[in-house]
Ligand binder design. Structure first.
Ligand code: NAD
Length: 292
């Protein structure tokens, strides 16, 4: 099986490297030349252009920043240059509507398509432990699954095209709300005279337990490996959470779902996502919960 992997950034670089290490024939392309030189040292064949990368490929995987990059690349180069019936897998995090449009474009051009966004961050990409949320038909999912198993640990078939992105956006909206909830709890606890460790001991073993408390605790100390204990080095950067909440907002509006807390989380992270804060782990939102 010949794989074209486009978008060799923080995530795609490791994902392509892991596929090559598992013995797949992988050709890579990125508009940034440095990434191409670096990936060549990891068994991935660098291509001169997007069109050259997909030439003769059975599977095309894209890992781009946003929906516009996916739609433009599909439209301008990839769908046209690929051989008939190629399986297109988009693992970028993009809007549900963009994912549906990308899949429709691919099918109209005589190809197959699935959306397969991931969670697990750069660490998960590096270690091959990502979670894949996959929208598309069963046959295409079955063909792609061995590739996901190389790059990830948990693979969930969520339904038809667009549902992978739907699962991703819903999950991240809930994560943002949980994190703001944990941040407010620790700030209020502090103002009421509770130490961080005491509150952690209670909350991490009680009904308010969540990943945002137990693993990604927003205050330094109780969880030594949490970003909060390392000056909020990510982890999952605020800029990425703000981007994902923009996608959640679009989904809330297009489905007219009453989601006041999701919208509040969108506003909170959009405001927090300044130049100073965008590179901090998203649990740093607790810095907006201090008195005065
Ligand atoms: P990134 O910006 O580091 O990488 C994207 C790469 O795509 C860049 O190297 C860019 O040069 C390349 N690119 C853009 N347009 C291109 C084109 N037309 N042809 C070839 N290459 C092109 O981003 P990332 O952190 O790797 O994230 C990729 C996607 O995964 C995003 O949608 C992001 O939201 C999502 N995601 C990221 C994380 C994370 O922790 N970084 C976690 C989960 C999901």
């Amino acid at each position: 099986m010949k794989i074209a992997f486009l978008g060799l950034g923080n995530m795609g670089f490791h994902m392509a490297r892991n596929l090559a290490a598992a013995g797949y024939d992988v050709t890579g392309f990125d508009v940034v030349e440095k990434a191409l030189h670096a990936i060549a040292e990891h068994g991935v064949t660098p291509a001169d252009s997007a069109r050259a990368a997909v030439d003769g490929a059975d599977v095309v995987i894209t890992m781009f920043p946003a929906g516009q990059h996916v739609l433009e690349a599909y439209q301008n180069d990839l769908l046209d240059a690929a051989k008939e019936n190629t399986l297109f897998i988009d693992s970028s995090t993009i809007a549900v509507d963009d994912a549906k449009q990308a899949a429709e474009m691919a099918r109209a051009a005589g190809h197959r398509a699935i959306d397969a966004p991931v969670s697990g961050g750069t660490k998960g990409a590096d270690q091959g432990t990502l979670t894949f949320m996959v929208g598309g038909n069963q046959e295409d999912f079955d063909q792609a699954k061995p590739l996901f198993e190389v790059m990830g640990r948990k693979i969930v078939h969520t339904g038809e095209s667009g549902t992978g992105q739907a699962a991703k956006v819903v999950n991240n909206m809930a994560l943002a709300i949980n994190t703001i909830g944990a941040a407010e709890a620790f700030s209020l606890g502090e103002n009421l005279g509770l130490s961080h460790q005491t509150l952690y001991d209670v909350m991490s073993t009680s009904a308010a337990q969540s990943w945002a408390v137990s693993t990604n605790c927003p205050v330094p100390g109780p969880v030594p490996e949490a970003p909060a204990s390392h000056d909020y080095r990510p982890g999952f950067a605020t800029a990425l959470m703000a981007k994902d909440l923009g996608l959640a907002k679009a989904a809330i509006e297009s489905t007219q779902t009453p989601a006041d807390f999701g919208m509040a989380a969108y506003r909170a992270y959009t405001d927090f996502n300044t130049e100073e804060n965008s590179g901090k782990d998203f649990s740093a939102i607790i810095q907006t919960k201090k008195k005065g």
